[in-house]
Design a protein around this ligand. Structure first.
Ligand SMILES: C[S@@+](CC[C@H](N)C(=O)[O-])C[C@H]1O[C@@H](n2cnc3c(N)ncnc32)[C@H](O)[C@@H]1O
Length: 254
């Protein structure tokens, strides 16, 4: 049976909502700490977490914003976020089921936007970035965090292949150049950017997405057949754990 991409995303993430709320890789990180510092300084009236997944950006935003809206394609993910927000006593957090590419908000609704580890799943990346700009007030800050593809095609092809085998809702880890083009094209001015590598613990990474055995084996086969350069770039370990390139880009709605 063929399904639309949004259905593939929903089917991948909905049943895994609890795993994403509890995921160590998602619930902590230098990027979340840096994002929280920015939000504390901005003290926004209304902030948006775009593609909120387990809600880890939204929980940080809710500590310093008057009101936070968390959006996602997956209703189950949003239910998990509401339950977790209630446990945390965050009464200023609401949720809205919506695709990033078509947000149900008026122009200039938000004073700050965070978007973390979601854009690489979007059916239309450029449209999603444009929507992010549209719903922000002029001069409002936004932070985009995601896995990115190294500019070198050799590494780019490897990372997309293993990401897609692990999760069929993967579309593309964009290069920094593709990010810059989309952000500036949408009307954002880039203020700062940092990159680092984050270790993906292979058994945990596979278990979180419940990757079918046949695809997990294919990832291991790709890794074992990879060239010395690819193995070195991703620091591929004997058990399949590896380092993924991550970027955090701070922008302002121009
Ligand atoms: C890895 S999770 C996000 C993690 C979360 N933002 C965090 O910081 O922990 C990716 C999320 O993006 C959502 N998503 C994928 N495509 C989407 C789209 N086009 N619009 C809105 N949400 C989308 C998925 O449903 C999923 O919940």
């Amino acid at each position: 049976m063929s399904r639309a991409h949004e259905t593939v995303v929903d089917e991948q993430f909905g049943p895994r909502a609890k795993a994403y709320v509890e995921s160590a890789v998602h619930s902590a990180g230098q990027d979340l700490d840096a994002l929280e510092m920015l939000v504390r300084q901005a003290a926004p009236a209304h902030a948006l977490d775009l593609g909120c997944g387990g809600g880890h950006v939204a929980y940080r935003l809710a500590k310093h914003a008057r009101r936070v809206t968390a959006t996602d394609l997956s209703a189950e993910m949003l239910a998990a976020v509401r339950a977790t927000a209630a446990e945390k006593g965050l009464a200023n957090l609401d949720t809205e089921e919506a695709p990033a590419e078509k947000l149900p908000f008026a122009d200039g609704t938000f004073d700050l936007l965070g978007c973390r580890y979601s854009a690489h799943h979007w059916r239309d990346f450029v449209a999603g970035v444009r929507e992010a700009r549209r719903v922000l007030k002029q001069g409002a800050p936004a932070v985009f965090i995601d896995a990115y593809a190294p500019g070198d095609a050799l590494y780019d092809t490897h990372v997309q292949a293993v990401e897609l085998l692990r999760d069929t809702s993967h579309v593309r880890d964009y290069t920094l150049a593709e990010w810059a083009l989309a952000l500036e094209g949408a009307g954002f001015a880039i203020r700062a950017q940092r990159t680092w590598q984050l270790r993906m613990d292979y058994p945990v990474w596979i278990a979180r997405m419940r990757t079918p055995e046949v695809s997990a084996r294919a990832i291991r086969a790709l890794q074992m057949a990879a060239s010395a350069e690819v193995r070195a770039h991703f620091a591929i370990e004997p058990d399949g754990s590896f380092m993924l390139d991550i970027m955090m880009t701070e922008v302002v709605a121009a």
